[in-house]
Design a protein around this ligand. Sequence first.
Ligand SMILES: Cc1cc2nc3c(=O)[nH]c(=O)nc-3n(C[C@H](O)[C@H](O)[C@H](O)COP(=O)(O)O)c2cc1C
Length: 197
Amino acid sequence: MDTEGNPTFEEILSMRRSVRKYSGRSVADEEIEIILDAARVAPSSNNTQPWRFIIVRDSETIERLSKTAPFGTSMAISFIAKAPCVIVCCAEPKAIYHKAVKRFVPADLAFMDVTIATEHIVLAAAKIGFGVCWMGWVSPKKLKKLLDLPGKWESVALLAVGWPERQLEIREPKRKSLSEIVFRESPKIPWGRLEKS
Ligand SMILES: Cc1cc2nc3c(=O)[nH]c(=O)nc-3n(C[C@H](O)[C@H](O)[C@H](O)COP(=O)(O)O)c2cc1C
Protein backbone atom coordinates (compact mmCIF):
# COMPACT_ATOMS: atom_id res chain seq x y z
CA MET A 1 0.00 0.00 0.00
CA ASP A 2 1.15 3.58 -0.54
CA THR A 3 1.40 6.16 2.25
CA GLU A 4 -2.32 6.99 1.90
CA GLY A 5 -3.39 3.36 2.19
CA ASN A 6 -4.17 2.94 -1.52
CA PRO A 7 -2.92 -0.13 -3.39
CA THR A 8 0.19 0.47 -5.49
CA PHE A 9 0.08 -0.09 -9.26
CA GLU A 10 1.75 -3.51 -8.87
CA GLU A 11 -0.75 -4.46 -6.16
CA ILE A 12 -3.65 -3.46 -8.40
CA LEU A 13 -2.28 -5.70 -11.17
CA SER A 14 -2.11 -8.62 -8.71
CA MET A 15 -5.50 -7.92 -7.11
CA ARG A 16 -7.39 -7.76 -10.37
CA ARG A 17 -9.14 -11.04 -10.98
CA SER A 18 -12.26 -11.90 -12.93
CA VAL A 19 -15.03 -11.75 -10.35
CA ARG A 20 -18.29 -13.54 -11.13
CA LYS A 21 -20.02 -13.43 -7.74
CA TYR A 22 -21.23 -10.19 -6.24
CA SER A 23 -22.55 -9.01 -2.89
CA GLY A 24 -25.97 -7.38 -2.86
CA ARG A 25 -24.46 -3.87 -2.58
CA SER A 26 -25.42 -1.53 -5.41
CA VAL A 27 -23.07 0.53 -7.50
CA ALA A 28 -23.33 4.31 -7.19
CA ASP A 29 -23.04 6.88 -9.98
CA GLU A 30 -19.99 8.45 -8.29
CA GLU A 31 -18.16 5.11 -8.32
CA ILE A 32 -19.11 4.49 -11.94
CA GLU A 33 -17.77 7.93 -12.83
CA ILE A 34 -14.41 7.22 -11.16
CA ILE A 35 -13.84 4.10 -13.24
CA LEU A 36 -15.25 5.62 -16.45
CA ASP A 37 -12.95 8.59 -16.06
CA ALA A 38 -10.03 6.16 -16.26
CA ALA A 39 -11.34 5.13 -19.69
CA ARG A 40 -11.75 8.72 -20.79
CA VAL A 41 -8.01 9.42 -20.53
CA ALA A 42 -6.92 6.29 -22.42
CA PRO A 43 -4.77 6.60 -25.54
CA SER A 44 -6.42 6.06 -28.93
CA SER A 45 -5.42 5.97 -32.56
CA ASN A 46 -5.06 9.55 -33.77
CA ASN A 47 -6.80 10.55 -30.50
CA THR A 48 -10.13 9.63 -32.05
CA GLN A 49 -11.58 8.40 -28.70
CA PRO A 50 -14.10 6.15 -30.44
CA TRP A 51 -15.27 4.50 -27.18
CA ARG A 52 -18.86 4.71 -26.04
CA PHE A 53 -20.09 3.12 -22.80
CA ILE A 54 -23.62 2.23 -21.82
CA ILE A 55 -24.16 1.73 -18.10
CA VAL A 56 -26.95 -0.78 -17.55
CA ARG A 57 -28.41 -1.16 -14.07
CA ASP A 58 -31.96 -2.13 -14.92
CA SER A 59 -32.28 -5.74 -13.71
CA GLU A 60 -34.55 -6.81 -16.58
CA THR A 61 -32.11 -5.50 -19.18
CA ILE A 62 -29.21 -7.18 -17.35
CA GLU A 63 -31.18 -10.44 -17.38
CA ARG A 64 -31.59 -10.06 -21.15
CA LEU A 65 -27.90 -9.21 -21.57
CA SER A 66 -27.06 -12.47 -19.79
CA LYS A 67 -28.68 -14.29 -22.70
CA THR A 68 -26.77 -12.64 -25.53
CA ALA A 69 -24.19 -15.42 -25.94
CA PRO A 70 -23.86 -16.57 -29.56
CA PHE A 71 -25.85 -19.75 -28.89
CA GLY A 72 -28.34 -18.34 -26.42
CA THR A 73 -27.90 -19.35 -22.81
CA SER A 74 -24.27 -19.98 -21.92
CA MET A 75 -22.49 -20.46 -18.59
CA ALA A 76 -19.84 -18.11 -19.97
CA ILE A 77 -22.06 -15.09 -19.42
CA SER A 78 -25.20 -16.26 -17.58
CA PHE A 79 -23.70 -15.22 -14.20
CA ILE A 80 -24.08 -11.55 -15.14
CA ALA A 81 -27.80 -11.83 -14.45
CA LYS A 82 -26.85 -11.34 -10.79
CA ALA A 83 -24.50 -8.39 -11.37
CA PRO A 84 -25.81 -4.99 -10.21
CA CYS A 85 -24.27 -3.25 -13.19
CA VAL A 86 -23.09 -4.08 -16.70
CA ILE A 87 -20.99 -1.75 -18.80
CA VAL A 88 -21.50 -2.23 -22.51
CA CYS A 89 -18.32 -1.10 -24.24
CA CYS A 90 -18.78 -0.03 -27.85
CA ALA A 91 -16.83 1.57 -30.67
CA GLU A 92 -18.10 4.33 -32.88
CA PRO A 93 -15.37 4.30 -35.54
CA LYS A 94 -14.56 7.67 -37.07
CA ALA A 95 -15.33 7.15 -40.75
CA ILE A 96 -12.70 9.46 -42.19
CA TYR A 97 -9.95 7.97 -40.07
CA HIS A 98 -10.71 4.40 -38.97
CA LYS A 99 -12.41 3.34 -42.19
CA ALA A 100 -9.56 4.78 -44.28
CA VAL A 101 -6.85 3.15 -42.14
CA LYS A 102 -8.65 -0.19 -42.26
CA ARG A 103 -7.99 -0.35 -46.00
CA PHE A 104 -4.24 -0.57 -45.34
CA VAL A 105 -3.84 -1.93 -41.80
CA PRO A 106 -5.56 -5.23 -41.05
CA ALA A 107 -5.92 -4.50 -37.32
CA ASP A 108 -9.13 -2.80 -36.29
CA LEU A 109 -7.73 0.28 -34.57
CA ALA A 110 -11.11 1.49 -33.24
CA PHE A 111 -11.64 -1.91 -31.64
CA MET A 112 -8.15 -1.71 -30.12
CA ASP A 113 -8.85 1.79 -28.77
CA VAL A 114 -11.97 0.57 -26.99
CA THR A 115 -10.14 -2.48 -25.68
CA ILE A 116 -7.45 -0.29 -24.11
CA ALA A 117 -10.03 2.03 -22.53
CA THR A 118 -11.93 -0.99 -21.25
CA GLU A 119 -8.82 -2.31 -19.51
CA HIS A 120 -8.36 1.13 -17.91
CA ILE A 121 -11.85 0.64 -16.43
CA VAL A 122 -10.96 -2.83 -15.21
CA LEU A 123 -7.83 -1.60 -13.40
CA ALA A 124 -9.51 1.48 -11.93
CA ALA A 125 -12.29 -0.82 -10.71
CA ALA A 126 -9.79 -3.15 -9.04
CA LYS A 127 -8.25 -0.14 -7.30
CA ILE A 128 -11.51 0.82 -5.63
CA GLY A 129 -12.35 -2.79 -4.80
CA PHE A 130 -14.99 -3.57 -7.43
CA GLY A 131 -15.23 -7.07 -8.79
CA VAL A 132 -15.31 -7.03 -12.57
CA CYS A 133 -15.51 -9.66 -15.27
CA TRP A 134 -14.81 -8.98 -18.92
CA MET A 135 -17.06 -10.87 -21.31
CA GLY A 136 -16.29 -11.56 -24.91
CA TRP A 137 -18.61 -14.52 -25.49
CA VAL A 138 -21.35 -12.21 -26.68
CA SER A 139 -23.17 -11.95 -29.99
CA PRO A 140 -22.74 -8.38 -31.34
CA LYS A 141 -25.88 -8.88 -33.41
CA LYS A 142 -28.03 -9.78 -30.39
CA LEU A 143 -26.55 -6.95 -28.35
CA LYS A 144 -27.18 -4.42 -31.08
CA LYS A 145 -30.81 -5.45 -31.29
CA LEU A 146 -31.36 -5.59 -27.54
CA LEU A 147 -29.93 -2.15 -26.83
CA ASP A 148 -30.94 -0.62 -30.15
CA LEU A 149 -27.37 0.53 -30.75
CA PRO A 150 -26.95 3.20 -33.44
CA GLY A 151 -25.98 1.83 -36.86
CA LYS A 152 -22.34 2.87 -36.69
CA TRP A 153 -21.70 1.48 -33.21
CA GLU A 154 -20.00 -1.88 -32.77
CA SER A 155 -20.07 -3.66 -29.44
CA VAL A 156 -16.64 -4.70 -28.18
CA ALA A 157 -17.10 -6.11 -24.68
CA LEU A 158 -19.40 -6.39 -21.71
CA LEU A 159 -18.09 -5.74 -18.22
CA ALA A 160 -20.03 -7.10 -15.27
CA VAL A 161 -19.36 -4.79 -12.33
CA GLY A 162 -20.27 -5.19 -8.68
CA TRP A 163 -18.90 -5.43 -5.17
CA PRO A 164 -17.30 -8.84 -4.87
CA GLU A 165 -18.80 -11.48 -2.63
CA ARG A 166 -15.26 -12.01 -1.28
CA GLN A 167 -12.80 -9.13 -1.01
CA LEU A 168 -10.06 -9.00 -3.68
CA GLU A 169 -6.66 -10.12 -2.46
CA ILE A 170 -3.14 -9.88 -3.78
CA ARG A 171 -2.02 -13.19 -5.24
CA GLU A 172 0.06 -14.43 -8.13
CA PRO A 173 -2.10 -15.35 -11.13
CA LYS A 174 -1.64 -18.58 -13.09
CA ARG A 175 0.33 -17.33 -16.08
CA LYS A 176 3.01 -18.34 -18.57
CA SER A 177 6.61 -17.52 -17.71
CA LEU A 178 8.45 -14.65 -19.39
CA SER A 179 10.54 -17.23 -21.26
CA GLU A 180 7.45 -18.50 -23.02
CA ILE A 181 6.30 -15.10 -24.19
CA VAL A 182 9.38 -12.86 -24.53
CA PHE A 183 12.28 -13.20 -26.97
CA ARG A 184 15.60 -11.48 -27.46
CA GLU A 185 16.08 -9.88 -30.88
CA SER A 186 14.30 -12.72 -32.73
CA PRO A 187 11.70 -15.37 -31.93
CA LYS A 188 14.51 -17.95 -31.79
CA ILE A 189 16.03 -16.72 -28.50
CA PRO A 190 13.78 -16.91 -25.41
CA TRP A 191 14.27 -14.31 -22.72
CA GLY A 192 15.63 -17.08 -20.46
CA ARG A 193 18.00 -14.98 -18.43
CA LEU A 194 15.15 -13.15 -16.69
CA GLU A 195 13.61 -16.42 -15.49
CA LYS A 196 13.06 -16.69 -11.77
CA SER A 197 14.69 -19.85 -10.38
C1 LIG B 1 -11.29 -10.50 -24.12
C2 LIG B 1 -11.77 -11.32 -22.93
C3 LIG B 1 -12.93 -12.05 -23.03
C4 LIG B 1 -13.40 -12.78 -21.93
N1 LIG B 1 -14.60 -13.42 -22.03
C5 LIG B 1 -15.12 -14.04 -20.94
C6 LIG B 1 -16.44 -14.59 -20.98
O1 LIG B 1 -17.16 -14.52 -21.99
N2 LIG B 1 -16.92 -15.19 -19.85
C7 LIG B 1 -16.16 -15.27 -18.70
O2 LIG B 1 -16.67 -15.81 -17.71
N3 LIG B 1 -14.92 -14.74 -18.63
C8 LIG B 1 -14.38 -14.12 -19.71
N4 LIG B 1 -13.14 -13.53 -19.64
C9 LIG B 1 -12.33 -13.65 -18.39
C10 LIG B 1 -11.17 -14.64 -18.57
O3 LIG B 1 -11.66 -15.96 -18.55
C11 LIG B 1 -10.12 -14.39 -17.49
O4 LIG B 1 -9.59 -13.09 -17.61
C12 LIG B 1 -8.96 -15.38 -17.52
O5 LIG B 1 -9.40 -16.69 -17.31
C13 LIG B 1 -7.87 -15.04 -16.49
O6 LIG B 1 -8.42 -15.02 -15.18
P1 LIG B 1 -8.37 -13.70 -14.28
O7 LIG B 1 -9.05 -12.59 -15.06
O8 LIG B 1 -9.12 -14.04 -13.03
O9 LIG B 1 -6.93 -13.37 -14.01
C14 LIG B 1 -12.65 -12.81 -20.72
C15 LIG B 1 -11.47 -12.06 -20.62
C16 LIG B 1 -11.04 -11.32 -21.69
C17 LIG B 1 -9.80 -10.48 -21.54
